[in-house]
Design a protein around this ligand. Structure first.
Ligand code: PEP
Ligand code: MG
Length: 598
């Protein structure tokens, strides 16, 4: 199955399909008058479950061959077994319990009976009964999806229709080998988080959560976006070879960990890391990054059941500041909304959340919450080179209002005698086209810009960054996007500001070359991408990157620019790109040659 590679790495293991499993059975005592209704509900659920299995069997037979699809034959036999229906109906009638409880109990007894037999064949059949009957239970329960993270008894690859960032943030990473989802894209926050957790992920697999059944064995390749069901020995062998070569190349990249990100012609680039969780601060140095270019503070809120108070936030920001010191730690104020919702913040459901109550808009209306965060960031600035950054700025008013609140907080802290860095730099994210257009005005209120290309691309091209159906239209090299970046860089430099890029674009070698050519001063990428991008920077000459960018700016479409940027990246850093093995567009794939690491 082919999807969109979202987080590099390869894993192999059993899948746990969310949304199919573990729907809680609610037991309810029923009236005599409800008996007939419950029995017909059960019959209908059985019919739906059988239909679902037949449909999957047919689709799977087309996709992977009739032999593998036979697994569903057993499931059909189970769902057609008259004993299951008769015994459950008897319980509904005699015990006066709802269909969910009656059927659930009968199914459980079957599973226990077979599971207890000391024979692997019977134990497998017990698993089949569990899978098949779970479909019925799901239908009876209205197939509600659970939002709580799954509790994993053993390591598994999570398969789900979707994973929201809050559930992803709570996954036990020692148990989650990887994940695969029906929907999603490379710049969804779930994908970004997977990368930062080092969990291989493939998204946009359309109906994988319907095809697979918990317990099946897969091999998941987050470099190419491929998921193999029941991988053959040959596939496993090839992947073993590939993995060894990848590890060797990664090890050789470690040689440049302490080296600066400087081009062959001597231009210095700040190469920093994006960070999602304060407890991962160690990954900054480990990766060889020059500080933190973006700390996404919202995960601190997403990982808890209540709003973290000033002290808890201060401790987290201080951890990041101290880990980055003497380099900068750019702490972004809360960017909630869009695809990140915090249940305990009472946020309403919106029709267009990416155009809605998000980030700075939310904070300016929830001032108490915002002030708490501003105070915590200011206090953390006493412990390192902290810079503060506002997300989703669309115009000057927001900056004025936010800066006024920040000034209030500074005055409060002075009165309270709490130390902070009076010279702390404040910056704005440039990720909305209106902000680019008025960048010269914004420049009067901040000291730096950081371009958030993930959002800038979606808002410029009107392409939902989460929607896998239109992912092919999400084009970082679209001339409109390149021009907006160029305009931002020019406005920044004209006004004496420095400018970085912290969107995913900066972590992709071909696109990073374009960004360097467009004149950005800083690239902030996931820790896993730092060594690769550093390797590339150290092999490139700035005039050549400038030439590439100037040429791309003149192209009518983005396609040619992408090809040329890829060619240049491959030529400069062939080690980042495999020969003869599949890889994704970003070049995060395997290594087959052994170029010198410089
Ligand atoms: C961006 O939009 O590019 C960005 C870095 O912010 P986020 O991905 O958190 O929206
Ligand atoms: Mg953004």
């Amino acid at each position: 199955m082919r999807g969109i590679p979202a987080s590099p790495g390869v894993c192999r293991g059993r899948v746990l399909v969310l949304g199919q499993d573990r729907v809680e059975i609610v037991r309810r005592v029923i009236l005599e008058s409800e008996v007939a209704l419950e029995i017909s509900r059960l019959e209908a659920a059985l019919v739906r479950a059988r239909g679902e299995v037949q449909e999957l069997q047919q689709r799977l037979a087309v996709a992977i061959g009739a032999k593998d699809a036979q697994i569903f034959e057993v499931h059909l036999l189970i769902l057609e077994d008259p004993v299951l229906l008769n015994e459950s109906s008897r319980r509904i009638r005699e015990d006066h319990v709802n269909a969910d409880a009656a059927f659930g109990e009968v199914a459980r007894q079957y599973v226990e009976m077979l599971g207890g037999v000391d024979d692997p064949y019977f134990r497998e059949r017990a698993a089949d009964i569990r899978d098949a009957t779970q479909r019925v239970v799901n239908h009876l329960a209205g197939r509600g999806r659970r939002d709580a993270p799954p509790v994993l008894d053993e390591p598994a690859i999570i398969v789900s229709h979707d994973l929201n960032p809050s559930m992803t943030a709570q996954l036990d990473r020692t148990k989650v080998l990887g994940f695969a989802t029906d929907v999603g894209s490379r710049t969804s926050h779930t994908a970004i988080l997977a990368k930062s957790l080092g969990i291989p992920a493939v998204v946009g697999l359309h109906e994988i959560s319907k095809f697979l059944v918990s317990g099946q064995q897969v091999l998941l390749d987050g470099h190419t976006g491929t998921v193999f069901l029941n991988p053959t020995d040959q596939t496993l062998f090839e992947y073993g070879q590939l993995a060894r070569r990848r590890v060797q190349f990664e090890e050789r990249l470690r040689e440049i960990r302490e080296q600066p990100a400087v081009t062959l012609d001597g231009s210095r680039v700040i190469l920093s890391a994006n960070l999602e969780l304060a407890q991962d601060s160690g990954s900054i140095r480990e990766a060889g990054a020059e500080g933190v270019g973006l700390f996404r503070t919202e995960y601190l809120f997403l990982q808890r059941d209540s709003v973290p108070d000033e002290e808890a936030q201060y401790q987290a920001y201080r951890t990041v500041a101290e880990a980055a010191r003497p380099d900068a730690a750019i702490i972004r104020t809360l960017d909630i909304g869009g695809d990140k919702f915090i249940p305990h913040l009472e946020m309403p459901q919106e029709v267009n959340p990416f155009l809605g109550w998000r980030a700075i808009r939310f904070c300016l209306q929830r001032q108490e919450l915002f002030r708490t965060q501003l105070r915590a960031i200011l206090r953390a600035s006493a412990h390192g080179n902290v810079k503060l950054m506002y997300p989703m700025v669309s115009g000057v008013e927001e900056l004025q209002q936010a800066n006024a609140l920040l000034d209030d907080c500074r005055a409060e802290l002075r009165r309270e005698g709490l130390p902070f860095d009076e010279a702390m730099e404040v910056g704005a994210m440039i990720e909305i086209p209106s902000a680019v257009i008025v960048a010269d005005r914004l420049a009067r209120h901040v000291r730096f810009f950081s371009i958030g290309t993930n959002d800038l691309i979606q808002y410029t091209l009107a392409i939902d960054r989460l929607n896998d159906r239109i992912a092919h239209l999400y084009q970082p090299t679209h001339p409109a996007v390149l021009r907006l970046i160029q305009m931002t860089v020019e406005a920044a430099h004209r006004n004496g500001l420095w400018v970085g890029v912290c969107g995913e674009m900066a972590g992709e070698p071909d696109l990073a070359l374009l960004l360097l050519g467009l004149g950005v001063d800083e690239l902030s990428v996931s820790p896993a991408s730092v060594p690769r991008i550093k390797h590339l920077i150290r092999r490139c000459r700035l005039p050549e990157a400038r030439e590439l960018a100037a040429w791309a700016l003149e192209q009518p479409t983005g396609a040619e620019s992408l090809v040329r940027a890829q060619e240049m990246a491959r030529r400069l850093a062939p080690g980042l790109f495999p020969d003869g093995v599949p890889t994704d567009r970003s070049g995060e794939g395997a290594v087959s040659s052994e170029p010198a690491v410089t």
